[in-house]
Each structure stands twice: as C-alpha cells, then as structure tokens.
Design a protein around this ligand. Sequence first.
Ligand code: MG
Length: 274
Amino acid sequence: MVSEHASRLLKISARRSGSKMIITNDTERGDLIEGGKRLAAVLAALRARVAPGVTTEELDTLAEQLIREGGDTPCFLGYTPEGARRPYPATLCVSINDEVVHGIPNESSQTLKEGDIVGLDLGLTHNGIVVDAAITVSVGKVGDETKKLLRATEAALAAGIAAAVPGKHVGDISHAIQNEIEDAGFKVIKELGGHGVGELVHEEPFIPNFGRPGEGELLEEGMVLALEPISSAGKAAVVLAPDGYTFRTKDGSRSAHFEHTILLEKGGATIVTI
Ligand code: MG
C-alpha cells in the first residue's frame, strides 16, 4: 500500500477508506484461515512454476485459473486503489529485479531469466473475506548479495509478525521490520507498507516499514493485517512507471518483498496465509 507521503511525492491522490475489519466470531475466523490456506497454496504453485523462460503472463494466467478453480475470486483484478487512474488489469502483481511492487504481468509480458528475482503478490476473496500475500523467488541461481537481500526481507516479515501483539502499537511492527532490514545493510522503501485487510484489499491502519516502538495505532485482538516489508539492495528512492502501477527503484537496485496476512489474537499473531 502507498503511504500518504508517497502519494504526494508521486502526485497521486490517496484517501483512506476508514474501514477496518475486526474478526469477532468463529465463522469469520474459519473463513479467513481457509482463504489464507488457499492463497498460500496458489503462491506455492506459482513458486514451483518460476523458471528461466517462463513469462509473467503465464504466471498471471495460472494464478487466476487456480483461484477460480477453488471457487474464489481474484481481488486485485479490477480493483482500483485510492489514487489510481484505472482498475488494476491482472490477477497477480509480478515485479522483476528493480521493479519493487505492482508490476503488471499481462500488459507488457516479460520472460524470466536465470539469475533474476521475481516478486509475486496475490490476493483472493474467499466467502467475502480478502487475504493478501507475497513472496520473492529466485529464478535459477542468484548471487550471494541477492540471497542475502531475500533472507533479510523474509526475516523482517517474521520480526514484524513477532511484534504484532495486541496491546502493542503499529510502531512496534514498523521498528522490528526496519531493524532487520537495516541491520543486514539494506534499505527500507518508505513509500510503501502494510495495511489492514479483510473486507477490502486496503484498510486502516497503514503500517510503515520504519518507525519507533510504542508509536502509532494500538494493536487490538481481532485485527487482520497484511504486513509487507519491501527492501532495496541500493538506495531507497522509488519511481512510478507511466503505467500508473509499477514502482521501480530509482537507481536500478534490486528490491525484495514478502507479505503475510495475519490475525491478531490473544498473546500474538496467527499467520493466515500459510
Ligand atoms: Mg498488501
């Protein structure tokens, strides 16, 4: 999700939806968990398909097919985020190397090459509940620095999840993510971050990937959050492509992205998209 600050920099408007899902009963909880399990299975199938020579469009087609076979709905397809000029035209976001997030797979289909990294970001709606997750996958063999970038960003997601405890604050999550990425020598991309999810793709609160412990909104039991650390191996600045969706690093550095939907429960977070 794009921060309000980034929206100003990028000259797109952003309004906050104001909605926020709170899980209050076992039926909703069951649907959320089942949706997450299904999304994780689709992402696993996409990961297995990633190889040199595969096109981004093939991955998008497979994602849509698998979601619909399960009786669910792709929730990015046709969705217009606040500030966007047009609906998103694909099921999957596919972002290669210096593409940070929201690469469009079926408009300018690209072929994966040995040594690339590819971010796969996907959401589905199951029984009315939206879940959202992302992985960054190596295409064949990648270099040590790239491996380190992927490891650090995935570790940042785990650290954010560990900090997502009712009674703590959004800033505790943000701080944990930032520490993990910066301690590994990488940069946090500040314009993008996590968000509430559940009724809609993007809900309150926005969850920056940097911040101070104890600051920001109070974390409450029943909240459904999508945490998504997004890192750069070089500088942190990003640019938005003319397609209105694809973010790239300004200096061409590689970027990694991992995301889980989580449910805040007594004592800590339950990972939904697993
Ligand atoms: Mg998300």
